[in-house]
Ligand binder design. Structure first.
Ligand code: ATP
Length: 619
């Protein structure tokens, strides 16, 4: 992926107003933007620029030929010999030339918008890919941060509609060149006309800038609410939520929230749009008055015979076009700075750097792991929380050991697992692997050696085979490996019942997808653990949805299949937990007890209490 160096300005995240200085500074993003567009397709980029250049010369040329035609007609009239074929040859050549220019202009216009469209589509695709690539490098913690999500959301919106900016800037340059030609013609007659035009368009330029700024600020400050609106629209009409929305009768509640939030946004936008339209009309009228002032002056000169009729049409036409083009340029300029500020959001997102990464020089990953993982006084706090999720945690997960984590909801079990996989780094203390800090190893290699199935595993709306293969996606075409993994996790019996077998689309979102039961999904997800040839396998409540027989079978197999490897199991079922070599009991993020099932029963502490509670429940 090509590297892009960027941000020039950074409007503070929730700031409502964007100053003029910031708007101009945001234009500094344009070179980086054009680099991205150039990388998208150099051929389309050059083609587009070249065609626009040619097109820029057409208006002045057309007007000038128009002037020649009129002067010629007047001259022929004066001579009183319009029927003389020899004298009209030149006239018809001029007409033919104007006709040719008109055709050329239309053809070029079509070609340019075709190229804009193609380039825009390609650019949107490539930016989406970059967006996903960058997301893959970021930390889990960054995804859990609401302001990050707002940035991501704004960046995502940049991936479409960027053709506006693209054709805007190209069009701007094209217009400027056009105006250059026309203005040169006007200046020859009277340079003051140019000044008059500039004065005439200034009020509407200032007005437009002001309103663009307000509209950007409004849209920016409403990013969280717009995200909420999207979310409400999604949960109000989605297969995933339909069940609960119906049972609990939530649609009224969701619609009310959507209605009030969207109405609030609409009214703010409407107020802005109305005042923009009113001021726009007034300020443009000022410009029109300026134009007619100049027009009167030109007409008077023609009446007095100071300029020819051809000159009159050329000047009036040029004047009208220069005014229109200048107005367009200035208007575009203000929306251009607005687009450039939006662009800042995209670049801001790309500028977010992950905090968890591999060190410059890495230590080779032990194969096999000899000593195991050692937690030394580990503490961790989520950024958006005041509480320590884990604190003063010290224990060893020996190589080849089967460790179970037990604790009440919120005790910190999942957090511990996330630290092992370096989804987060400890805020205090450290985790060692075979004597060295986890941070000394290559991050990808560490993750390759650890297989984790989380309790909230993802149900990919893809084929059954892919849903297992995600455990080691490089092996997705290795059918026998997928099937073996499925047998080990009991997913094979689930898949045998599917009409499409391993190719069966799961989930109802696409085509002929079928939905699985909770336990069936869990068996499929468990298969991922066996796809991965990991040295440490972690199952976070992997059997919560399984029936008693399936759970028993899964663990019998799991014990056998993880022989010689380390494993961590989180479970609230003591029938599962007791099979572990040692059990670690967590409470409020701290270690309460650690030992084998029998040791802990003998100790008669919290584990014995919880075990007794559950056992009594079955009596
Ligand atoms: N992403 C997060 N951001 C902020 N706080 C979090 C986050 N994830 C977990 N927590 C908090 O950290 C604490 C430990 O959570 P953790 O998920 O590790 O508990 P657990 O023992 O796995 O619970 P359970 O048995 O319910 O799965 C909880 O108080 C929880 O509210």
């Amino acid at each position: 992926m090509a590297k892009t160096t960027i941000p020039h300005v950074k409007p503070a995240d929730n700031k409502e107003e964007v100053s003029w200085r910031e708007r101009f500074a945001a234009l500094g993003n344009l070179p980086a933007f054009f680099r991205l567009v150039w990388q998208t397709s150099p051929a389309l980029f050059i083609g587009n620029a070249a065609l626009r250049l040619v097109r820029a010369a057409i208006p002045a040329a057309t007007l000038y030929i128009g002037k020649l035609i009129i002067d010629q007609v007047v001259a022929l009239n004066k001579a009183g010999d319009i029927s003389n074929a020899a004298d009209t040859t030149q006239l018809w050549w001029f007409v033919a030339a104007e006709f040719g220019l008109a055709i050329l202009s239309t053809a070029l216009g079509r070609a340019v918008s075709l190229m804009d469209g193609l380039l825009g589509d390609l650019f949107a695709n490539q930016t989406s890919i970059r967006l996903m690539e960058h997301a893959a490098t970021l930390d889990l913690e960054q995804f859990e941060d609401a302001t990050f999500y707002d940035k991501l959301e704004r960046a995502r919106r940049q991936t479409t509609g960027r053709t506006v900016l693209l054709s805007g800037v190209f069009g701007q340059v094209q217009e400027l060149i056009s105006v250059g030609f026309l203005a040169a013609g006007l200046a020859v007659y009277n340079p003051w006309l140019l000044l008059l035009i500039l004065v005439a368009v200034t009020p509407s330029f200032i007005g437009d800038n002001y309103f663009n700024q307000r509209s950007y600020s409004l849209s920016r400050s409403w990013t969280p609410e717009r995200r909420e609106l999207d979310y409400l629209r999604y949960i109000g009409a989605s297969d995933e939520t339909a069940k609960e929305v119906k049972i609990f009768g939530l649609s009224g509640f969701l619609i009310d929230r959507f209605r009030s939030l969207s109405w609030e946004y609409f009214t703010k936008n409407r107020a802005l749009a109305i005042s923009r339209a009113s001021w726009g009309t007034l300020l443009t009228a000022l410009g029109t008055a300026g134009y007619y002032g100049a027009y009167v002056w030109i007409v008077m000169r023609a009446v007095n015979g100071q300029i020819t009729l051809g000159d009159l049409t050329f000047l009036a036409g040029s004047f009208r076009q220069v005014r229109g083009s200048l107005e367009g340029i200035l208007l575009q300029f203000s929306s251009l700075t607005q687009e450039a500020i939006y662009l800042q959001d995209l670049f801001d997102y790309f500028a977010i750097k992950p905090l968890i990464h591999s060190p410059k020089s890495t230590r080779p990953f032990p194969s096999p792991i000899r000593e195991g993982f050692v937690f030394e006084n580990v503490g961790f706090k989520y950024t958006n929380s005041e509480r320590w999720a884990l604190r003063n945690l010290s224990f060893t997960l020996h190589a080849g050991e089967k460790l179970a984590l037990v604790g009440e909801n919120g005790a910190g079990k999942t957090t511990l697992v996330k630290l092992l996989a370096r989804l987060y780094d400890p805020a205090e203390g450290r985790i060692l692997l075979d004597g060295y800090d986890l941070r000394d190893y290559d991050l990808m290699e560490l993750r390759r050696n650890i297989g984790v199935i989380f309790q909230d595993y993802t149900r990919f709306k893809m084929s059954a085979g892919v849903n297992i293969a995600v455990g080691d996606i490089d092996e997705r075409t290795n059918q026998s490996r997928i099937e073996t993994s499925a047998q080990r996790s009991l997913a094979d019996t689930v898949i045998a019942k599917l009409a499409g077998g391993y190719d069966q689309q799961l989930g109802r979102s696409f085509g002929k997808g079928v939905e699985l039961s909770g336990g069936e999904w869990q068996k499929v997800a468990l298969g991922r653990a066996y796809m991965r040839d990991a040295q440490l396998i972690i199952l976070d409540e992997p059997t919560a949805a399984l029936d008693a027989r399936a759970e028993y079978e899964v663990f019998q197999r799991f014990a056998k299949l993880t022989e010689g490897r380390s494993s961590v199991i989180i479970s609230h079922r003591f029938s599962t937990v007791r099979m572990a070599d040692r059990i670690l009991v967590l409470e409020n993020g701290t270690l309460l007890e650690i030992g084998s099932h029998y040791e802990l029963l003998e100790k008669d502490g919290r584990y014995a209490e919880l075990f007794g509670l559950q056992a009594r429940g079955y009596q």
